[in-house]
Design a protein around this ligand. Sequence first.
Ligand code: NAD
Length: 342
Amino acid sequence: MQQQKIRTALVGCGGMSAAWLEAVGKMPEVEVVALVDIFEEAARKKAIDFHLPDAIIARDLASVFEQTEVDAVFNCTIPEAHYKVTMTALKHGCHVLSEKPLADSMEHAKEMLAAAQQARKIFSVIQNRRYEPQIRRVKHFLEQKTIGDITTVNSDFYIGAHFGGFRDHMEHVLLLDMAIHTFDAARLLIGADPVSVYCKEWNPRGSWYDHDASAIAIFEMADGTIYTYRGSWCAEGLPTTWECDWRVIGEKGTLTWDGGKKQLAQIVKETGSFISAYQDVEIPAYEATNISGHAGLIREFFECIQNGTQPETQASDNIKSLAMVFGAIESAETGNAAAISW
Ligand SMILES: NC(=O)c1ccc[n+]([C@@H]2O[C@H](COP(=O)([O-])OP(=O)(O)OC[C@H]3O[C@@H](n4cnc5c(N)ncnc54)[C@H](O)[C@@H]3O)[C@@H](O)[C@H]2O)c1
């Protein structure tokens, strides 16, 4: 017997939605039944580009539920719209996979989590960078404890990004729209929850953003690890990768990672002199089971719907990364260290 397709509505037909539609185009178990955007033209264009002539075109998600049955909703809207779209979807009994960040405030995030729990539906977030093969390789290496227990983690992010669009006018644009990826990656690598943060946020001279596009933050994690983040979306020249430039210090050695393929590690060979003698150690190749990018997370989401399991980036876990963002924002606004809770 042929299995019923998972009827899916995509909301927010902007830049990012193409990656989603491309991914589901290769998933025969999924049917895109509606394309929604406040600018109908954007939805229409996606229907043409992705050969979806039968998809309902709508300006708001609520009107789609009056016309057809929907099992799952993709929320690809801008961060300020995530709350409304996700709450509408959950209210109508749909599973939700949302673009990051989960929400535009912790209050909204908690409400969305409660709504998902009440509806007994999956609510998960695309936090695609934690699924990249290179970070999985680093994570695997750290788990082997070759450099010992982690004490300190530093990450640097410097990219001069001229987006145009909503980011130019968004408050806390770096922390909320980008650092969420890095904080989530830090949680993955360290394997501990965040406790507190001190953060300085500013808009550098000559910035093309309306609000703060640079930040430096110091986090304390539950296992005592100190994690620092330095970043800017307004830094011209010598860019880092989008994954950041990392240094992980353990009790017995150090790992550096450029966010790409360059991963180096050294451990102590001999102590006793002013500077210990070190030896390079190989970081073994690692075959990750997760598929990288949007396609991997989208596939996992549908598998979870079918198996009744929960995705790795389920909102109830992802909210901890969001709490790091809002802790950093609170600290930047008050000038004091902030406790992190969710
Ligand atoms: N995971 C990643 O690597 C990654 C990369 C880029 C963007 N994103 C995220 O994807 C989301 C969208 O970013 P984008 O670059 O595609 O933005 P975009 O501005 O290109 O597209 C957003 C679309 O949403 C529509 N929209 C806004 N409010 C809406 C509402 N209430 N209902 C229906 N449609 C609405 C807009 O009209 C627009 O077409 C953001 O949350 C962003 O942070 C994620």
